[in-house]
Write a protein that binds this ligand. Structure first.
Ligand code: ADP
Ligand code: MG
Length: 758
């Protein structure tokens, strides 16, 4: 049932203003009320006319001397000019309107002789101090007496996110037009009364007044507290319902090999060349228990690069194979899918050689299924999946294709979640009869509350420790304008190559004529995830922290150009240099990775395709050119590619960022800490929060309005608990229609997509 807040703004604020507000994404009264002030200006105490400064926001107490409206000559419209005085000095007040009629109410209030408090930003026009469209309170009209007028004038002034034509003061007026006539029942109350009581929150109705028309700072702070909680709560209820919904679905329990028999998992554990870390065992037990239940597992496994997620995932897949089912492993790129295939086959050894001579008794088959497979291989892989002969199918998005059938898909493992949307997980999940279990793995450390917000439909497990004996990585920042340092860097590269190690060199662009951010997926296999979409993905061009205020910088380094240069660099003479980027045909990518891994080509110049998962234990050096163009988390991921074997890793961040800039602070932070969770928090704090949820482009009211996922951790945690209780007691929210509606509004299709993408 539509309420007063669903009324289109045209009716309330007029067509012209409504159009301007629409440009801000505001269509209804409710939209406008949810357009919250960005901050509150201190209206301050009374200013003396003698001491007002141009450009300042002032409130002055003065008497009206004259007020006259007239038709303007130069442009269409009318204008009202009033002159006010404090007895010594004068100031003019001007108001513009389409026609004289619109100015009549001002004229009626600003009668000569009347006293009022006038607030606005001071300008000078023709040598005279001026306030344009001041806010004012006239004694005897807008206020009973001078004291009351002063109180009105000293209220904190809400400053709204504005646009040309919809300046903050116009928005404020529009808001008041909508807000003032509202009565308590008119504003939906999505937060149930007991929840509000528990947190000492007032009503949404009261909060609207606190936020848009506060009398003092405490009021707007109270309003913000409410708004944050409401936002967190609505989001958490939506997520709790989603969890409940999925938990309610049926899945086939996959408890593993029947009691008393030894399956492929047991055989695999026997042949593991290392002992599992305690974390791997604990998380493994949780997953094993989840899989044994007749409801779908929904688990996010996060762990630093190299923490051993793959083994955990493989053991889960083997439990499913032991239960007669199949598992699918989705990787974000073909390169990674190929790599996973090799890793799994190596780990499994003879256990992966079903149908081959000398295979183990309990063997299965691990097949690759990607968009670029030759037809014959593809046909065979499809057949293996459909017949159930392949216990494990590894692939990219191509696995989600319509033609792919599984005999009995029991588990989907998604590697490196941040490249996959939930819609895609859902596609796979909804195929066939019952929902498969789901395990999502990510190496990007996610602070707890971000996990609760962004991955709120998944339960989270974390592998905190990295297997013992890892030598780790040392990170240094190399200033790009110091030729001797750079020389030294390439010298180090040479030494590592001579020691039999491998070196990655990462650049932000593929070729010198690529625009940064030019659509890099232009000529790519559309079924493959973008290898290079991650190019600066953390920071779209123009929003790079610390860049805005920078003068023109040298062009960004490009893969092809850098490779050519390294091939002719004296210190690297005789060292083969390879290239890898998303625009290469799949076979060439494979080949580049293979030759790098084997040591045939020990230096690999690439885009961030190597960011995720490429596992070459002999790699010891990661050189990142234009490092200031990458996000912190991304750089952390990149350096996780080295120091994985027995030799220590070295990460060199080459940057032209000037000392003291945001970018250089970020790089220094990275050099100082290896704690991925800390870095992720710093990264989030440095970025716009909207970007956290992947909503930066939408620019409308769709991103989180006021909640900040890192900063407001406590609110999110509290809201989640309340949300769970509310949903448990009343899953359909029958008792809470306002809450149900808030979720629907919030989760309109566009929005839902954003919620589920990262
Ligand atoms: P992630 O996927 O989390 O980045 P991987 O699963 O690729 O990490 O593991 C990195 C490397 O560590 C692999 O070579 C793997 O075989 C090895 N590894 C995994 N678990 C252990 C362990 N418990 N002890 C020693 N090495 C391990
Ligand atoms: Mg991995």
């Amino acid at each position: 049932m539509p309420g007063p807040l669903d009324a289109p703004l045209t009716r309330q604020v007029g067509a012209t203003m409504a159009k301007k507000l629409e440009a801000l994404g505001l269509r209804t009264s409710g939209d406008l009320l949810r357009h919250l002030p960005r901050r509150y200006a201190d209206a301050g105490s009374l200013t003396d006319l003698a001491s007002v400064a141009v450009g300042e926001h002032v409130s002055i107490l003065a008497r009206v001397r004259s007020a006259r409206s007239r038709q303007m000559q130069a442009r269409r419209g009318a204008m009202l000019e009033a002159v006010v005085t404090d007895g010594h000095r004068e100031m003019s007040l001007t108001f513009f309107a389409r026609g004289a009629g619109a100015l009549r109410s001002h004229e009626a209030r600003l009668r000569p002789g009347r006293v009022g408090v006038f607030s606005g930003v001071v300008k000078v026009y023709r040598g005279m101090l001026q306030l344009t469209h001041p806010d004012y309170h006239v004694v005897g009209v807008d206020a009973d007496d001078e004291a009351a007028a002063l109180v009105e004038a000293s209220r904190p002034m809400p400053i709204y996110p504005a646009s040309a034509g919809a300046e903050t003061w116009r928005i404020q007026k529009a808001v008041r037009t909508v807000l003032d006539p509202l009565r308590p029942g008119d504003v939906p109350e999505p937060v149930p009364v007991e929840v509000r009581a528990r947190h000492g929150l007032q009503t949404a109705f009261q909060a609207m007044h606190d936020l848009h028309a506060p009398y003092d700072d405490d009021q707007w702070r109270r309003g913000q507290r409410y708004a944050r909680f409401e936002e967190a709560f609505v989001l958490q209820v939506a997520l709790a319902r989603r969890r409940a919904l999925v938990a309610d679905q049926d899945a086939v329990a996959r408890p593993g090999a029947p009691a008393g028999t030894r399956g492929i998992l047991a055989a695999f554990d026997d042949r593991l060349p290392f002992t599992l870390t305690q974390g791997q065992r604990e998380v493994g037990d949780r997953i094993a228990a989840d899989l044994a239940r007749p409801h779908p597992m929904q688990r996010l496994l996060q762990g630093e690069v190299g923490s051993g997620k793959t083994v955990v995932a493989l053991r889960a897949m083997l439990q499913v194979v032991d239960s007669g089912g199949q598992a699918a492993l989705l990787a974000p790129t073909e390169v990674l899918a190929g790599q996973h295939l090799r890793t799994l086959r190596t780990l499994l050894g003879e256990l992966a050689e079903e149908g081959m001579l000398g295979a183990a008794e309990r063997a299965t088959r691990v097949v690759l299924l990607t968009g670029s497979l030759p037809a014959a291989a593809r046909k065979e892989a499809l057949l293996d999946a459909a017949s159930g002969r392949a216990g494990i199918v590894v692939g990219t998005h191509a696995l989600l294709g319509d033609q792919v059938r599984f005999a009995d898909l029991g588990l989907v493992v998604v590697d490196e979640q941040h490249r996959f949307g939930v819609e895609q997980r859902d596609v796979l999940r909804s195929r066939g009869g019952t929902t498969p279990h789901l395990l999502v793995m990510t190496a990007t450390p996610i602070p707890r509350t971000v996990a609760m917000t962004v991955f709120g439909d998944l339960e989270t497990s974390t592998l905190a420790e990295v297997p013992a004996g890892r030598p780790g990585v040392t990170t240094h920042v190399v200033p790009a304008d110091r030729p001797s340092w750079l020389e030294r860097a390439w010298q180090r590269v040479r030494e590592e190559v001579d020691a039999g190690h491998r070196v990655y060199v990462v650049c932000p662009r593929i070729t010198a004529d690529d625009d940064v951010g030019a659509d890099p997926s232009a000529d790519k296999d559309p079924t493959d995830a973008t290898d290079d979409a991650d190019l600066l993905a953390d920071e779209p061009p123009g929003t790079v922290p610390g860049q805005a205020d920078r003068p023109v910088r040298p062009p960004l380094r490009a893969v092809e150009e850098v490779a050519a240069q390294l091939r002719t660099t004296a210190v690297l003479e005789g060292v083969p240099v390879g290239v890898l980027h998303g625009r290469l045909p799949a076979a060439e990518k494979e080949e580049a990775v293979r030759r790098f891994a084997s040591g045939e080509v020990p230096v690999l110049v690439s885009t961030t395709v190597v960011e995720v998962g490429v596992d070459v234990p002999e790699a010891t050096v990661m050189v990142v050119l234009d490092a200031d163009r990458f996000g912190l988390s991304q750089l952390h991921q990149l350096r996780g590619r080295v120091g994985r074997g027995t030799a220590p890793g070295l990460c060199l961040l080459v940057s032209a960022a000037p000392d003291g800039s945001d970018a250089s602070v970020r790089l220094r932070t990275l050099a100082e800490t290896t704690d991925g969770f800390r870095l992720a928090s710093v990264d989030l704090e440095l970025r716009k929060e909207g970007d956290v949820l992947g909503a930066s482009q939408s620019g409308s009211a769709r991103s989180l309005r006021i909640l900040r996922v890192v900063h407001d951790a406590e609110v999110i945690v509290a809201a989640r608990e309340d949300a769970e209780q509310v949903v448990a007691a009343d899953p359909e929210l029958v008792e809470w229609p306002d809450l149900r509606r808030a979720i629907e509004t919030w989760l309109d299709p566009e929005r839902e997509e954003f919620l589920e993408r990262t």
